[in-house]
Design a protein around this ligand. Structure first.
Ligand code: PLP
Length: 496
């Protein structure tokens, strides 16, 4: 299996290991496999009785053909072990007769990012060996919360790597801050930046573009790498849980083997829902994909009108991981449907004017699978409350955005098929907003909300978030954005 960039003809191809090591392709686009592997119903039947780790090794083996079966088995068993995902990696729960929840937040940081970030560092570590890389990969991350912690947990103590995370000092929740300040591991570093997320993000981008810093790092035997969701190493592992959920639904009798289902995904960067699309293209019986957005509904408009337009007001919402105006992985869908030339012209237009527009025929091709709905802040609060009152299911705000969209879809289209809704965060990561939405009272702070929410609902706090206030704080540094390059060099030259 070879990989190619989304914007140029496939003259330059790379292996999976190279794609994972490089991240972006040299044409400025994203890496995609040259052809899509298939999965048959007979293969799915074999997977029914297997563990999540075994299912993952099997599916990844179809894409990462330069990794041996043994390597993938070892990495998947390590990443999805019971100790990291107590009770199983991606359980499916029944909400009502038509609606099922795919819970993707049972990992070490209680966020869906764990599903990919537990395995990707292991794949990168092997990629370094496979490509003959002798230097250490320094993963630089600017985070508005969830990704930073999930990346720290994923990369901690992974051979050949170091990870450094920058977060805006006043731009993440108290719980998220504590999660990062108490991070364990020998190869990790965390610093707060005076400023907002953009300041942290621009600081990281400047370092990636700064030849002086990069050559200084090189002298220490270090090169920069990123952990963001456009890397194929993060996308491929996300295909697995859709196949796994299908297996579990067949086993539980929710569907028959071969029966079509629909999937609804709370969407930001379009990575999670695109993984579901790849599963469908491989042959998993999926009919429609419902793309759920919050008030930042650029994708709802795109899927309805064919116009992608980022020239709009940015809204800060209760579902911050979906506060995104450029959904990077959408490029991969354009490439699969319309080829590299058309993708390149859309991306040029997006860079130059902030918008592009599909032809009616192209829009029809997208709409054969995708439908977009959005849920505003009031709708999110109402959905959180109703889901608790009617179903006794405690959702987080991102999942509530998806449930709001799912209900609109079921109203418009009837409940013809079983609908699987991706649940992307533990409600306890957003305890303050969840508590406020359910009970109309305002907790004094985020930590108080954790206790109040569990006392009032009886739903247990996930282990990674329990006792967080009692952990040892390791990282208290607060720096200016212009001190970031020095901080990176200091950490890179640290010997452990
Ligand atoms: C990252 C994230 C999303 C969005 O996923 P994409 O792959 O970026 O579309 C949704 N919910 C939560 C909780 C997330 O962390």
């Amino acid at each position: 299996m070879v990989y190619t960039g989304t914007r140029t003809p496939s003259t330059h191809t790379v292996s999976a290991a190279e794609a994972i090591k490089e991240g972006l392709s040299p044409d400025g686009g994203l890496y995609m496999p040259m052809e899509l592997p298939i999965i048959t119903l007979a293969e799915i039947e074999v997977l029914l009785t297997k563990s999540y780790a075994a299912r993952a090794a099997y599916i990844l083996g179809k894409y990462l053909t330069d990794y041996s079966t043994e390597e993938l088995r070892e990495d998947c068993s390590g990443a999805y072990a019971e100790a990291r995902f107590p009770g199983g990696a991606a359980p499916v729960r029944r909400l009502d007769d038509e609606t099922y929840m795919l819970e993707l937040w049972h990992g070490p940081t209680a966020a869906f990012k764990d599903m990919a970030l537990q395995i990707m560092p292991r794949l990168l570590s092997r990629a370094l060996v496979k490509t003959g890389e002798k230097r250490t990969a320094l993963i630089l991350v600017a985070t508005s919360g969830d990704t930073g912690k999930a990346a720290l947990e994923g990369y901690r103590d992974i051979p050949g790597t170091k990870i450094q995370v920058f977060y805006p000092v006043d731009g993440v929740s108290e719980i998220q801050k504590l999660q990062m300040m108490t991070q364990e591991g020998k190869n990790v570093s965390v610093a707060a930046i005076r400023g907002n997320f953009d300041d942290a993000q621009s600081g990281v981008k400047r370092i990636f573009a700064d030849e002086d810093t990069k050559s200084a790092l090189n002298e220490h035997g270090v090169f920069l790498s990123s952990a963001n969701s456009i890397n194929w190493g993060r996308l491929a592992p996300q295909i697995v849980y859709y196949v796994s959920a299908y297996c579990d639904m067949v086993r539980n009798g929710a569907i028959q083997l071969g029966e079509l289902m629909d999937i609804c995904v709370p969407t930001g960067n379009f990575g999670n829902i695109f993984a579901a699309y790849l599963a469908k293209r491989m042959g998993l019986p999926i009919d429609r994909l419902i793309c759920a957005s919050n008030t930042n509904n650029v994708l709802t408009e795109f899927l309805t009108t064919g116009v992608y337009d980022r020239n709009r007001t940015f809204h800060t919402t209760m579902s911050p991981s979906m506060d995104i105006l450029i959904s990077s992985n959408l490029e991969r869908l354009l490439y699969l449907l319309f080829g590299h030339e058309r993708t390149a012209s859309c991306m040029r237009s997006l860079a130059e004017t902030g918008r592009y527009e599909l032809t009616p025929a192209e829009l029809a091709a997208v709409q054969r699978t995708f439908v977009g709905y959005c849920t505003d802040e009031d709708g999110t609060r109402k959905t959180l409350r109703e889901t608790w009152e009617d179903r006794h299911y405690l959702a987080d705000p991102h999942t509530a955005v998806a449930l709001g969209a799912a209900r609109q879809y079921q109203r418009d289209h009837g409940a013809k098929r079983k609908l699987l809704v991706a649940s992307t965060a533990s409600p306890y990561k957003f305890a303050y907003d969840v508590y406020h939405s359910l009970f109309d009272e305002t907790p004094s702070d985020g930590l108080a909300a954790l206790t109040m929410l569990t006392e009032k609902t009886g739903v247990a706090i996930p282990a990674p978030l329990g006792h967080i206030a009692e952990r040892t704080v390791r990282f208290t540094g607060v720096i200016d954005a212009d001190e970031m390059p020095a901080e990176v060099l200091r950490f890179a030259s640290d010997v452990d």
